[in-house]
Design a protein around this ligand. Structure first.
Ligand code: DP6
Length: 336
């Protein structure tokens, strides 16, 4: 390893799944039980510096300007152990990570964090991985992180192999991609509180106890196919229809768990109804929601401000954000 390669800084944008991932087929390798399809978002990024240093006795983590310990640090250490094993090094690392968006945006996510960590740590360790390998590594940190390595629309393939070799993310580039098409994602923040059940725990509990889990899994392949067809045809209505039903099927499986995993607040339902009313009024808008109460609406550039204004008028919606498609993860310093 050259000296210049000890340190690297990377940035990765977050992403929102249009066809959801919920459930694992292998918890140790973090292999998803279903494929997923996402849109990477502009303007919501994590910037992460990794510095391997012989003077360090253990890994250290700073998150948004604060020293971090406990679960965040142990997840980073476990992840770095994979990188160290691959690079054949034993050096500990200083990791400094910050989001360029406030945690209060309700979008702080492990997706951009582990994508940026995967890129920065491998570069700092002197490894050169291709996109597929990087996405597979990021997936070990968080399933959704595999998708944040790429910009625009991204498909994370489920794969069938036990070793995960055929589970990787790849960008969908047909017809010029998401930006040329002009899709937008509007986020309506409905709460500043922490979410109750982390996605990892919510999906495990759903898989273990929900009588609807198998039915949820069965929706995935047809929905992925329909979404890919809609993207190829630049058919926003078809993509929106799949987006909404995938989200609701995922949440239905979680709600049927015992005890139930319910991420919706009243404002989430009100937001959903507002999106339905927009469509009745002729606006292109489709609802989605992740492991938290915030409302997200898929729309296009021409209607994004109006969709945001209507969601902002929903009682208990705190603020809204319009996101264009974002770019792939990138090295911003330390490109040795
Ligand atoms: C509802 O990627 O956070 O956002 O792999 O356990 O870290 P782990 O889960 P994570 O789950 C994301 C769940 C989701 C849907 C999605 O992004 O596909």
């Amino acid at each position: 390893m050259t000296r210049a390669a000890h340190r690297a800084v990377a940035e990765a944008n977050t992403n929102i799944a249009l066809v959801k991932y919920w459930g694992k087929r292998d918890a140790r390798l973090n292999l998803p039980a279903v494929g997923s399809l996402s849109l990477t978002l502009d303007g919501l990024a994590t910037r992460t510096e990794v510095r391997f240093d012989a003077a360090l006795g253990s890994d250290a983590l700073s998150l948004n300007g604060q020293p971090a310990s406990g679960t965040p640090l142990s997840r980073v250490t476990q992840f770095l152990d994979l990188v160290r094993a691959r690079a054949g090094i034993a050096l500990k690392a200083q990791v400094v990570s910050a989001n360029n968006f406030p945690t209060a945006a309700g979008l702080a996510s492990s997706a951009s964090a582990f994508a940026a960590l995967a890129l920065a740590s491998t570069r700092a360790a002197g490894l050169t991985l291709d996109g597929r390998e990087l996405s597979q590594l990021a997936r070990r940190g968080s399933g959704s992180a595999a998708r944040s390595l790429y910009g625009g629309f991204v498909h994370l393939h489920r794969g069938t192999r036990d070793d995960g070799a055929d589970c990787y993310a790849e960008p969908i580039t047909e017809n010029g991609g998401a930006e040329a098409w002009g899709v937008r994602l509007v986020v309506a923040v409905t709460s500043d509180g922490q979410k109750e059940t982390l996605s990892t725990d919510g999906m495990r509990h759903t898989a273990e106890t929900s009588p609807y889990y198998a039915e949820w899994l069965a929706t995935s392949e047809p929905d992925l196919k329909a979404a890919r067809q809609a993207i190829a045809a630049r058919d926003l209505e078809a993509l929106g229809t799949v987006t909404e039903r995938s989200c609701l099927s995922m949440h239905a499986s979680a709600m049927a768990a015992r005890p139930a995993v319910v991420y919706f607040l009243g404002a989430t339902i009100d937001g959903y109804r507002a999106v339905q009313a927009m469509r009745r009024a002729g606006l292109p808008a489709w609802f989605t929601c992740d492991a938290g109460p915030h409302v997200k609406a898929l729309t296009d550039a021409a209607h994004a401000d109006e969709v945001a204004a209507r969601l902002a008028a929903v009682p208990c919606v705190l603020r809204t954000l319009v996101c264009a498609p974002g770019q792939a993860a990138r090295i911003v310093e330390g490109d040795a």
